[in-house]
Design a binder for this molecule. Structure first.
Ligand code: GLU
Length: 408
């Protein structure tokens, strides 16, 4: 009685590795949880207080999201970008994953995914019966597509509509896209719709993050939310900013929202007003400096003639590529690593790479963010000693991975 299309799907690999790692740990194994990617930090106190204060909010909220929250988000976004988004441009969802799924459901055309892309874009395309085209990328180009690579696909059928997913800072590569202008001109040329997944934008290490909406505002949908910068993945609050030029799409999305999740949990939406209205600059800059140091620690310790990695530029991830021949698939290699070292990783094949490519995603978030953050607040430094003290599992997991490679 199941649809064939559903039978083709496996549980989302990110959530699956989280559950596998937790189970192994509760069975008494020592696991280095480098598989799942969630913020190691706590939600800022003022935002938690607002959630407590609003626990009594029991009414359904507007299907597009609470008006005060959308106003707070539009103000926040306008200070970060050169755009003038209004509250009407914003639609609140239970995490951006659901909004992205609804977008794929309403979109009539093909999906362009850079290799690598986050794990759920392709399964959502399959469920929405959209054809997916994977775009080749290289480590030299930060794992982002060039205009020629995008054009090569479009030229095969110029009549179709295309929706390009662009995610910077990137999950899984940890890289920031620096050829946005080039990508936007090809997008303009072929009238491509862009979903700019900016969920890690606050966690950019060198302030070099730019949104493609600066170059192509008319057809760019910005997708972001609380999960990463505010340590609130489990709160499930994300939003889209949809420009005026895509008003029709916005209305359709609102209809799909009303027919699926109705509206996002009321207390969470009220609490999110504080997240976007109060000043969290210090919290964000401390988060960035910790993540940058931890990411660079892993990068420096793993990079070798057997492991190629790009230096992390933002977010939580590194994407090492192993030049070893022992395994036939990256998944087999990840299983071996987990068994021999206790380090949980995800294979690159979950992100669009061919199975034979020995690429993995490594999430460097297995540490107690609260303790590290408190230390940084007082000491204003983040060096190697503080990494071994506050992120011991990162240090040990990295060491084990390094020994595993060397012993092959
Ligand atoms: N984005 C996170 C990850 O890639 C987890 C959230 C999810 O996949 O739903 O690990």
């Amino acid at each position: 009685m199941l649809k064939d299309i559903v039978k083709k799907l496996e549980p989302s690999s990110t959530l699956r590795i989280n559950e596998i790692s937790n189970k192994l740990e509760s069975d008494g194994k020592k696991i280095y949880k480098f598989g799942f990617g969630q913020s190691p930090f706590e939600v800022p106190d003022d935002v938690v207080d607002e959630l407590k204060n609003n626990a009594y909010q029991n009414k359904y909220l507007p299907m597009q999201g609470l008006s005060e929250l959308r106003t707070a988000i539009s103000k926040y976004s306008n200070t970060k970008s050169s755009q003038n988004y209004k509250s009407e441009n914003i639609i609140i969802g239970p995490g951006t994953k659901e909004l992205m799924f609804l977008l794929q459901l309403l979109f009539d055309g093909d999906i362009l995914l850079p290799t690598p892309s986050w794990v759920s874009y392709a399964p959502q395309a399959l469920l929405s019966r959209n054809k997916t085209h994977w775009i080749t990328t290289t480590s030299e180009n930060n794992w982002f597509p060039t205009a020629e690579e995008i054009e090569k696909i479009i030229l095969k059928d110029k009549q179709k509509n295309y929706l390009l997913f662009l995610n910077s800072p990137n999950n899984p590569s940890g890289q920031i896209c620096d050829n946005l202008k080039e990508i936007s001109s090809i997008a303009k040329k072929y009238n491509i719709l862009i979903l700019s997944d900016e969920i890690y934008s606050e966690l950019s290490f060198n302030e070099n993050f730019k949104s493609i909406s600066q170059f192509y505002p008319e057809k760019t949908i910005i997708s972001t939310g609380l999960s990463k910068w505010c340590g609130a993945g489990g709160w499930r609050l994300g939003y889209f900013i949809i420009p005026e030029a895509l008003k029709e799409l916005r209305n359709s999305l609102k209809i799909l929202a009303s027919e699926t999740f109705s509206s996002v949990s009321a207390p969470i939406q009220y609490a999110a007003i504080a997240a976007y209205s109060n000043n969290h600059n210090e919290y964000i800059s401390n988060s960035c400096s910790i993540l940058k140091s931890v990411g660079e620690y892993v990068y420096k310790n793993l990079k070798s003639n057997k492991i190629n990695i790009n230096k992390p530029q933002g977010g939580f991830y590194l994407m090492p590529e192993f030049s070893i021949k022992k395994f036939s698939t990256a998944e087999e290699m990840c299983n071996n690593i987990l068994e021999k070292t206790g380090v949980a990783l995800l294979p690159g094949s979950d992100f669009g790479f061919s199975e034979e490519r020995m690429i993995v995603r490594l999430s460097f978030t297995d540490f107690n963010g609260r303790e590290f953050m408190n230390y940084i607040k007082k000491n204003n430094i983040s060096n190697i000693n503080s990494i071994s003290k506050f992120a011991p599992k990162i240090v040990e997991g990295t060491k084990r991975l390094k020994h595993w490679v060397e012993s092959l």
